[in-house]
Design a protein around this ligand. Structure first.
Ligand code: ADP
Length: 471
């Protein structure tokens, strides 16, 4: 597909908009201006008509009519209009030199206008080209109230008037053209300025796609593009973190898989070649069994997580007693509790707390949280499990330990897959960092959430919610 540039598209939009505006505005202005111009010209002729009528009246009264023809000639040249005098019978009695002399003594061609001036009105009309005027003409008549005269008619050629209008239009069109050139330049510059951040982000995306996750875009504005740049950088940071987690995971998983395999290999070889005496073989076989169980737990966890992350969790929901599940999971942890000499104390909101959800998944959530609590508790530590009901038809389950605690920085990431806090001092070198990620995914599948409150060195409290059953 041919690449289309946004700059070009935007410019085209700007220019089309400007062009449409200019055309509409130009159209309206030219109509209004033409009307105004014609009105002005008509008024000018009326004014002149009034002057001639005064001059004629004075000349008539003083009997000094000889100069009139000369005056008409001067006026004709000054105004660019032919002047006629018509008597009450509609006959032309005087015509300025620019007009056809043959008209004098003839009946005036526009008798309708003669009737108008005879009634004392100022008349005006645009006439098409006829035998007397070979071009369209504006005729303005002014009444005369002296002797047997009807009025004075001034005739001005329309094409001549339009000529001066066209000249003005030419200036207008030229200035519009200049404005238009500026508009094109301006729209090019603004389009380029607006699309520059997009181009930068596109370049950055290519760099990131090539595997350089450290690359960021510069945030230069405070507008939507600035927001986009921020989100983009945020996304790049997430990708960088994901990439790091993935690398860490490969390192962890290969370590986690390799170490039990190596030890199992060692024990089995020793048993086969007779290094381990027969009576001790049972003990080592138990260790091998433990290791295989750990391996299967790890692979199970990874499978669960990948299923959860591809949104393939299918819930088998029912109503069940939460207290019973908590008790069952505490019992399962007895070996670890005995080993650590730790105690779990449970406080239930009710004797029976019926909740709605997938019993197996919720049980896994409780199991993961409880085993973490035991794992990170000191010897002889106390773990408190408590359920409380809220008025929003929810049950809150809190699991509190007095163990090593989690730093605020680590709290942000512990629910991410394969994240293990404080790696160097972590007592749990065997953990894979997927337990809490599974917990969160399982709860999210139920539309429920989990929070953590923890102080480094003092302990941690995990609280998650469940839906109470309807009855
Ligand atoms: P794992 O399967 O290795 O236990 P989790 O996802 O369950 O991984 O936990 C992730 C990390 O969160 C652990 O490595 C640990 O550092 C921290 N963590 C989880 N629970 C607790 C707790 N109760 N006290 C202190 N740290 C905890």
């Amino acid at each position: 597909m041919r690449k289309e540039s946004i700059v070009k598209k935007q410019m085209l939009q700007y220019i089309t908009t400007i062009l449409i505006c200019v055309l509409i505005l130009g159209g309206i202005l030219s109509v209004v201006y033409t009307q105004h111009y014609m009105k002005e010209k008509r008024n000018e002729l009326i004014q002149q008509g009034r002057k001639i009528s005064i001059a004629f009246t004075n000349a008539y009264r003083t009997g000094n009519l000889s100069n009139l023809s000369y005056e008409l000639q001067v006026l004709e040249e000054y105004m660019g209009a032919g002047i006629l005098m018509v008597n009450a019978d509609g006959v032309v009695v005087l015509a300025s030199p620019g007009l056809d002399e043959m008209m004098i003594g003839q009946s005036f061609a526009f008798q309708d206008l003669v009737e108008g001036v005879k009634e004392g009105n100022i008349v005006s009309s645009e006439r098409k080209a006829t035998t007397i005027f070979d071009v369209p003409t504006l005729v303005v008549g002014y009444p005369l109230s002296v002797g047997k005269m009807a009025g004075i008619f001034m005739c001005r050629s329309m094409p001549e008037m339009e000529q001066s209008l066209y000249q003005m239009y030419q200036v207008g069109v030229a200035s519009i053209f200049v404005v238009f050139l500026f508009a094109i330049l301006f729209s090019y510059l603004t389009s380029r300025k607006m699309t520059r951040p997009i181009k930068e982000m596109n370049d950055a995306a290519k760099v990131i796609a090539s595997g350089n996750f450290e690359h960021r875009v510069e945030i230069t504005s405070n507008d939507e593009f600035g927001e986009l740049a921020k989100s983009f950088n945020h996304m790049a940071e997430s990708l960088q973190n994901n990439d790091k987690t993935r690398r860490d995971f490969i390192a962890n998983v290969s370590h986690d898989l390799r170490s039990p395999l190596t030890s199992m290999q060692g024990f089995l070889t020793a048993m086969l070649d007779g290094t381990v005496p027969l009576e001790k073989q049972e003990k080592y076989l138990h260790i091998v069994l433990e290791e295989t169980l750990r391996l299967s737990r790890l692979t199970e966890g990874i499978v669960d997580l990948s299923r959860a992350e591809s949104s393939k969790i299918i819930l088998d929901e029912s109503d069940f007693d939460l207290n019973e599940q908590i008790r069952a999971n505490i019992n399962l942890l007895e070996p670890q509790l005995n080993e650590k000499n730790a105690v779990i104390k449970a406080i239930f909101a009710d004797q029976i707390t019926m909740v709605h959800g997938d019993i197996d998944k919720i049980s896994r959530v409780i199991q993961n949280l409880l085993s973490n609590a035991v794992k990170f508790s000191p010897t002889g530590g106390l773990i408190e499990v408590e359920t409380t009901k809220t008025d929003r038809k929810k049950v809150l389950v809190s699991i509190k330990d007095h163990g090593i605690g989690i730093s605020p920085e680590d709290q942000k990431y512990i629910f991410d897959r394969f994240y293990k806090a404080d790696r160097t001092r972590n007592q749990d070198m065997q953990g894979s960092g997927i337990g809490l990620a599974i917990v969160r995914e399982f709860l999210q599948a139920h539309n429920e959430g989990i929070t953590v409150k923890s102080t480094k060195g003092e302990g941690s409290t995990f609280v998650f919610s469940l839906k109470m059953s309807e009855e």
